[in-house]
Design a protein around this ligand. Structure first.
Ligand code: BV8
Length: 255
């Protein structure tokens, strides 16, 4: 049962969405937490028992590619078993309500937004499904099928790496520019499940506010971005966001 303040913020969030014509969203690991996908910073810097810089950096891959593939193969296997939760479903429903005026920017690599039906998804940090050859650079969608311990390229036999943006690596420029464009032109910027500490992704939040958007944050707890948010919803997003949808549909006189 929500507190009076929390209910008021749910109603406010639904109202800004009901009055908007364009919406952009930034999601992080928290939106997948209720699906059973571990977040990054819940375990104080350790991630599935590894130091993040050992398994999510080019240096770490250069030092020990076997360890990195062990880590990514485990995450691929985990994501293959999980399914979208009501927060992912909410975002897919919201996109249907804002045809051609909805952009979902995600830091996540688990593909659960697309599985939930989201279509206009910008993956800032790549995808667990894809590999990239370290020699010929061929990018291949491997789905979530199990890969070898040290998978090699079918074209040139070069060592494959995950097609994922590691720390210290530049984001895919076209995707990044599309994310910036959506951020500066939206009327409502919804931030779901991110600690807002990883840049440049986290910078989109302040950019949205500066560009005049109403910023709505939905997160388990307040974050460093909470001061920038106009409306804050704090709790599990899989529980909060369906309540926003319910109120939105009431305001729109929808069944
Ligand atoms: C770049 C792919 C430069 C990996 C990821 C100092 C040294 C070195 C670098 C830097 C530095 N300072 C800043 C940097 C830059 C660095 C950075 O930001 N570091 C941070 C840690 C300080 N950024 C980079 O390196 C980026 N590249 O800067 O390049 C450059 C420039 C020019 C030329 C060359 C290079 C690249 C960043 C991308 C790194 N890759 N992912 C993988 O996934 O395998 S980032 C990784 O963190 C994930 O993508 C993740 O999504 C992202 C952000 O984390 P969150 O999603 O926010 O997850 P987190 O666990 O932190 O938070 C979860 C939140 O959910 C919490 O708030 C929690 O309360 C909430 N939550 C939990 N449960 C729920 C919930 N909310 C709602 N409901 C729930 N049920």
């Amino acid at each position: 049962m929500e507190t009076a303040e929390s209910q008021r913020n749910i109603d406010l969030a639904a109202e800004v969405l009901a009055n908007a014509s364009t919406v952009a969203v930034l999601t992080g690991a928290g939106v997948s937490a209720e699906s059973g996908v571990p977040t990054f910073r819940a375990s104080d810097g350790l991630w599935e028992g590894h130091r993040i810089e050992d398994v999510a950096s080019p240096e770490g891959f250069g030092r020990n590619p076997g360890l990195v593939w062990q880590f990514y193969n485990a995450r691929r296997a985990n994501v293959a078993k999980v399914k979208p939760n009501p927060a992912h479903t909410f975002l897919a429903q919201l996109e249907d309500l804002f045809p051609k005026a909805f952009t979902l920017v995600t830091q996540n690599v688990d593909g659960l937004h697309q599985l939930a039906g989201s279509r206009n998804v910008l993956e800032l940090h790549g995808s667990l499904r894809r590999t990239r050859c370290t020699v010929c650079e061929e990018v291949r969608d491997q789905f979530l099928d199990p890969l070898a311990e040290m998978p090699t390229c079918v074209l040139c036999e070069g060592l494959l790496r995950p097609d994922i943006v590691w720390f210290g690596e530049i984001l895919p420029q076209e995707i990044w520019l599309d994310a910036v464009e959506a951020t500066i032109s939206c009327e409502v910027f919804l931030v779901v499940g991110t600690s807002a500490v990883v840049h440049p992704a986290a910078g989109l939040i302040e950019l949205a506010q500066t560009a005049g958007a109403k910023v709505v944050e939905a997160n388990l707890t307040p974050t460093v971005a909470s001061d920038v948010a106009d409306i804050g919803l704090y709790g599990p997003s899989g529980q909060l966001l369906p309540q926003v949808m319910k109120r939105f549909r009431e305001l729109k006189g929808m069944a």
